[in-house]
Design a protein around this ligand. Structure first.
Ligand code: UDP
Ligand code: MG
Length: 329
């Protein structure tokens, strides 16, 4: 089989959103790493770094252009507007698959330890198609991020999603895995859930996480929330089943209420009862609203998916490769 592969062409894919502060130092570090890997004959000469500008509003694209002009190892892709971290990674990987044997995705702030790359590559050399990066600890995160991440991974487990706890989007994917990933047509993307679903041979590399050195986190609370909701709803219909169970429960309570009301009517005090009516209005009203909300979540997603909108659109491409690189979605 694919055991003990030959050295291959590596494409490092870096999503960037308003990263003007972090980009230059990170690019220098990544170029250094790439040179090291080339010199050690771990990767082929044609290996590259692809920066994907996710519709930045700052000088990010100018910096990428400057880097491209200066270094032949650098390529750039630019989205017309902000499509999100997951789409930026996907775009980079789908672009790279045409040229490379495997990709490694890493954040532009290099919070993830670049020195773990050798271990990712040796796992690939041993025949793994996907190598997951799993963070050693969450010490560098604030309390809120720690708690929300723990809650998120626990609920993903409950929802039957096959996800590695504390896995990150620092990940190696072979050409074969990338080709398989291209078949997933959904618009609401949650790569950490989809990739294990591909089911190819994989292994795990543990890496350290550092605090962000330049700039601020580009993951706003609303972006984190959207990612979590995407993660949960794209993998499971359990929330719908929960609504169903809640409905049964509400019905049972309703039957109890009817018996109680009849009893009060014939044997008790007829004027009382407004409290039980009020209670049922609130309980049922709450349950109905909640259920509608959850169902709406799925209906809304269905609506988005049926549009088959392109996920992203390349605005500009910087590349020295000969092939005609048409804009594609
Ligand atoms: N990012 C992106 N699009 C977005 C938000 C973030 O491409 O809409 C990129 C960002 O530039 C970085 C990576 O995703 O390379 C991770 O973001 P960040 O470091 O801000 O997240 P955190 O480490 O705080 O979770
Ligand atoms: Mg970060």
């Amino acid at each position: 089989m694919d055991n003990n592969r030959q050295k291959g062409i590596l494409y490092i894919v870096v999503p960037c959103f308003n990263e003007e502060e972090a980009l230059a130092p990170s690019a220098a570090k990544l170029l250094n790493k790439l040179h090291e890997l080339k010199e050690a004959k771990i990767v082929c000469e044609q290996s590259r770094i692809v920066f994907v500008d996710d519709g930045s509003k700052d000088r990010t694209w100018d910096i990428i252009k400057g880097l491209y002009e200066e270094h032949e190892e650098i390529k750039g892709l630019r989205f017309a507007h902000n499509r999100g971290h997951q789409n930026a990674i996907l775009a980079g990987m789908m672009y790279a698959v045409k040229y490379c044997d495997y990709t490694i995705t890493i954040d532009a702030d290099l919070q993830q330890d670049v020195n773990a790359m050798e271990r990712f590559i040796s796992a690939y050399m041993e025949g793994n198609e996907i190598v997951y990066g799993v963070r050693n600890s969450r010490d560098t995160d604030g309390l809120f991020k720690k708690l929300s991440a723990t809650l998120f991974y626990k609920s993903m487990k409950v929802m039957d999603c096959n996800i590695y706890e504390n896995s990150a989007d620092y990940r190696l994917m072979s050409k074969k895995a990338l080709t398989a990933l291209a078949e997933y047509g959904e618009v609401n993307l949650f790569l950490r859930g989809i990739i294990p679903d591909i089911g190819l041979k994989s292994s795990v590399v543990h890496f350290d996480v550092f605090p962000r050195m330049q700039g601020e986190s580009k993951y706003s609370l609303s972006k984190m929330f959207t990612l979590a909701v995407d993660g949960i709803t794209s993998f499971s219909i359990k929330p719908i089943r929960m609504v169903f169970m809640m409905g049964i429960l509400a019905l049972l309570v309703g039957v109890g209420m009817v018996i109680h009301i009849f009893y009060e009517h014939y044997f008790g005090y007829t004027v009382s009862g407004w409290s039980s009516i009020l209670m049922s209005i609130w309980v049922l009203g709450g349950a109905i609203l909640l259920s509608l909300g959850i169902i709406g979540e799925y209906v809304g997603r269905n609506y988005m998916e049926t549009k088959h909108r392109p996920r992203y659109y390349y605005w500009e491409i910087l590349s020295r490769d000969e092939e005609i690189e048409e804009a594609e979605g």
